[in-house]
Design a protein around this ligand. Structure first.
Ligand SMILES: Nc1nc2c(ncn2[C@@H]2O[C@H](COP(=O)(O)OP(=O)(O)OP(=O)(O)O)[C@@H](O)[C@H]2O)c(=O)[nH]1
Ligand SMILES: [Mg+2]
Length: 198
């Protein structure tokens, strides 16, 4: 595999700080601690590019990374984690929502779900929101290394059913590298497909 060139571009704490739209963007969305930042690092093969932490709520800003100068991966703060204060959570919500609703260069969303937690209320809310906007999305179940293969398959089928997906979600692990290659191809496809905005 040829090496992927990835670089940090900028971060923003509020919509007024968002950089002007340029290259197509793929945004990584999911609850706090699901492994968004770790997965970005695994996808581009650069540990430490996006900051990760055992403590939920690590990513507090919207962070843009340029990939081969062809598209941008966007690391968003996590939603819905009980252990960050309500005030903090409430301050992120508008940021995430503003980004997703208004970003004209957004080509699609990579929705991450912890394979051991499965689909919860937030994902059930989010899926129709994406569908209404005809937002292309790839769904992946993270931390697959934590489950045996047969359990993984069960969770893949469950998530597909719960979200009404046309295809199986991918089971991936930033730790073991499982599923990273197919996920990378899916992300590149998302980035390369212009979004028809309703
Ligand atoms: N076992 C395992 N642990 C993982 C995997 N991916 C991430 N983790 C761990 O999960 C924790 C959270 O990872 P992050 O990548 O920081 O998660 P995040 O979704 O970016 O979290 P926020 O920025 O707080 O929203 C860290 O302790 C990671 O080491 C994985 O594939 N397998
Ligand atoms: Mg993060």
């Amino acid at each position: 595999m040829t090496k992927i060139r990835a670089r940090f571009v900028t971060s923003a704490a509020s919509p007024s700080d968002f950089p002007p739209p340029s290259l197509p963007e793929v945004a990584v969305v999911g609850r706090s601690n699901v492994g968004k930042s770790s997965l970005i690092n695994a996808l581009v093969g650069r540990p430490g590019l996006a900051r990760t932490s055992r403590t939920p709520g690590r990513t507090r800003l919207v962070n843009w990374f340029a990939i081969d100068e062809r598209f941008l991966l966007v690391d968003l703060p996590g939603y819905g984690y009980a252990e960050v204060s309500r005030a903090t959570r409430d301050s992120w919500r508008p940021l995430i929502e503003a980004y997703l609703a208004e970003r004209t260069s957004l080509a699609g969303v990579l929705l991450l779900i912890d394979i051991r937690r499965g689909v919860q209320e937030e994902e059930l809310d989010f899926a129709p929101w994406l569908a209404e906007r005809a937002m292309p999305a790839v769904v992946a179940l993270t931390k697959a290394d934590k489950l045996a293969k047969n359990k993984r398959m069960l969770e893949v089928a469950r998530a597909r059913e719960a979200l009404g997906l046309r295809k199986d979600p991918l089971a991936v692990s930033a730790l073991s590298g499982d599923g990273i290659d197919p996920l990378w191809r899916a992300v590149v496809r998302l980035a390369a497909t212009p979004r028809a905005r309703p």
